[in-house]
Design a protein around this ligand. Structure first.
Ligand code: HEC
Ligand SMILES: [Cu+2]
Length: 398
């Protein structure tokens, strides 16, 4: 009895672990849930599928090796363990080794590496270059610039407009991505569509992908880039060709009356929403925007600004580089957006260190002094009612 009790406990523990591990790892919220938003094991396009295949090939090969080596080890340990009655001073006959086994193992390891190398090299070629003749349509070009901690996207061949933190592209059409950075190294990663590629100062890197299915794909900066690196996300929407055409026309359109006056009137929406509701409020909003935000944010889709371009902000699905949903509510002539309120009032609480709150500084390397270049919201003291007025204005930038 006393001999068996620990063994029963051990068995119970093993059974528990055997059931608990798949629960923790592979269910909907599990760590290894292969279909979660940022899983590279749920490929939805040619490039990512190729990479997932290579991954699985390597996984199975190494798993096979693990079983063979681990099995041999276990067998030796059990088969040759010391038994009762063995002579403790016994020394087995000594030999220098076994050339056949040694050479065989070297050859086998080399063979395994060759098996892994071929699809790996083919995958590198595929991810670098669009396969000729595979697609009828020219690739859609998107220029990406990484900023701490958001993404600027430019569509140079589609009328040359800018947007931020969200790309839209037609399903089935290859997308050519050109990567640059405005500051430190970032890494562009859309797990379900393509592998990672770094954004490096002083050079342009490239990658391409194609989506087989319409849908919303989640992207993420995958190279540590400072305080709010973990909050540097983006969304990629694969849509039908018709939807893409409509979106593209809407983006090209200046959302405001750029350059007609000289002042906040230039920032008034050209196509206010039906529920514009309170024209005076929108005008006040344009004024507040001019005073507090326009140095960093352009609302002209043709211009890139030090902060995200907000030309069609209201039509985007997220706020603060994919961190919050962009949820508008209109009730009794009042526009509200809880997350947006939080973001404009205290962006430092949402994304630590971010420049919208702190402003932009120049750092002099010889004197080691910092000089303010652009004031952040820290200095502005916006009230809750100012923020609500700004939200009413932003709601009309559709
Ligand atoms: C000092 C420059 C600066 C000022 C001033 C500024 N912003 Fe920003 N803003 C930024 C930066 C930088 C980001 C990106 C922050 C991040 O995600 O790390 C940003 C992000 C945003 C976003 C989210 C955009 C997106 O697509 O995720 C909104 C909305 C926004 N700002 C609105 C405003 C409003 C309204 C004002 C004026 C009250 C304002 N900003 C003032 C620099 C500024
Ligand atoms: Cu980054």
């Amino acid at each position: 009895m006393s001999k068996w009790l620990p063994r029963i406990w051990m068995l119970a523990l093993l059974v528990l672990v055997a059931f608990a591990i798949p629960q923790c790892l592979f269910t909907d919220h599990g760590l290894f849930n292969a279909t979660s938003q940022q899983s590279a094991l749920d490929p939805k396009g040619m490039v990512s599928r190729d990479q997932a295949h290579t991954f699985y090939l390597i996984l199975w090969v190494t798993l096979g090796l693990f079983v063979v080596v681990g099995g041999a080890l276990a067998w030796v340990l059990i088969r040759f363990r010391r038994r009762k009655g063995d002579d403790p001073n016994y020394i087995p006959p000594q030999s220098h080794g076994n050339p056949l086994i040694e050479v065989g193992l070297v050859m086998l390891s080399a063979g395994v590496l060759v098996i892994i190398a071929f699809p790996t090299f083919a995958g590198i070629v595929l991810k670098e270059r669009l396969p000729a003749g595979e697609f009828e349509e020219e690739p859609l070009v998107i220029n990406v610039t990484g900023y701490q901690w958001w993404w600027a996207f430019e569509y140079p061949n589609e009328g040359g407009f800018y947007t931020a933190n969200e790309i839209v592209f037609p399903v089935g059409r290859p997308v050519q991505i050109n990567l640059q950075t405005n500051d430190v190294i970032h890494s562009f990663w859309l797990p379900k569509l393509a592998g990672k590629k770094d954004l490096m100062a002083g050079q342009t890197n490239h990658l391409w992908f194609v989506a087989d299915e319409e849908g919303e794909y989640w992207g993420q900066c995958a190279e540590y880039c400072g305080d709010s690196h973990a909050y540097m996300l983006f969304r990629a929407h694969a849509v039908s060709p018709e939807e893409f055409r409509d979106w593209r026309h809407a983006q090209e359109d200046p959302a405001v009356r750029i350059g007609q006056n000289d002042g906040p009137a230039d920032l008034l929406p050209t196509m206010p929403r039906e529920e514009w509701v309170d024209a005076q409020r929108v005008e006040q909003g344009a004024q507040l925007f001019q005073q507090n935000c326009a140095t960093c944010h352009s609302v002209n889709p043709a211009v890139q600004s030090p902060g995200p371009n907000l030309a069609h902000f209201a039509s985007r699905s997220t706020i603060a580089a994919g961190w919050y949903e962009n949820d508008w509510e209109v009730a009794d002539g009042q526009v509200s957006n809880e997350y947006l309120h939080r973001w404009i009032k205290e962006p430092n609480h949402v994304k630590p260190g971010n420049f919208m709150w702190n402003g932009f500084y120049n750092f002099d390397r010889t004197t080691h002094e910092r000089a303010l270049v652009m004031e952040g919201l820290k200095e502005k003291g916006l009230t809750d009612s100012d923020v609500d007025t700004l939200i009413t204005y932003l709601y009309n930038l559709k």
